[in-house]
Design a protein around this ligand. Sequence first.
Ligand SMILES: C[S@@+](CC[C@H](N)C(=O)[O-])C[C@H]1O[C@@H](n2cnc3c(N)ncnc32)[C@H](O)[C@@H]1O
Length: 291
Amino acid sequence: MSIPVSNYQLVQLTNGSWSVRSLAEGETFHPVVGPVAEAQALYVEQLQLPARVAAAAENGSQEFVIWDVGLGAAANTLTVLRALHGIDRHRVRIVSFDHTATPLEFALGNAERLGYFGGYEAPVRSLLDSGRVEFAHGSGVVTWEFVGGDFPTLLESEASKALPAPDAILFDAYSPARNPVMWTLPVFRALRNRVDPSRPCALATYSRATLLRVTLLLAGWWVGAGSATGEKEETTLAASDRSLVGRPLDQTWIGRALRSRSAEPMVEPVYRQLPLSDETRARLLAHPQFG
Ligand SMILES: C[S@@+](CC[C@H](N)C(=O)[O-])C[C@H]1O[C@@H](n2cnc3c(N)ncnc32)[C@H](O)[C@@H]1O
């Protein structure tokens, strides 16, 4: 069953939960297990957010910064916030990126059916109205800002240098085939360059494509197999620090990558599938993860 409205549509999934679908892109935001279950498995748990945010709060260190790449209908961020609510005196800053706030407007208008907005309608409304909101959250404080515009262009801009470095990244663009501009080597290199060397950062994303994993490795991340989400039996977890990657890709994976017909990173934002070039192969084998 589906209810069409403008460029976005509510879609009921087979497990009964509701999600948002972009008609223009032809993609459903969290297509199988639904928004909350996917966000919980993919981001809350595998990025170890409750433990890392609690540790930051205990140390009295600076805010824990989460980059939410592809705010969309905010299911990921709101699921993360709900998971952090009970942590004593947490201080979390969320920086959400998207080139449109329309899916969030649409989702807020359908909050009841989507089910994951409960209690967060007011901060979401403020975010939409002002681009920034700060609010008490249990015994903690959350600052949430929206950064509009094309994400790859923004990453290359001087203005982006003023953004706080991320401790965790929720990377949720549309698929590489539909949305290649978000999955290039320059994007993941620029993201890696934004990490503060004194603050280990982990990035999770739903794709397990060899092409993506090679891209992350070449961009300077440690890369591992990510946990299952119900939709995918495996996802991808990358980090600036090896200790944050539980199941690093190994020689068996390298063997598969060397044989793959779709492993060469995209440098330009045009989707195509190619086996590894000689140069990429050499750089991959020289990555410290495989040394
Ligand atoms: C799969 S949806 C995100 C779903 C969202 N994380 C959620 O929890 O509801 C992908 C999002 O990426 C955004 N996006 C795609 N290309 C972009 C670009 N070049 N710059 C910024 N945002 C982009 C889309 O507008 C869309 O909202």
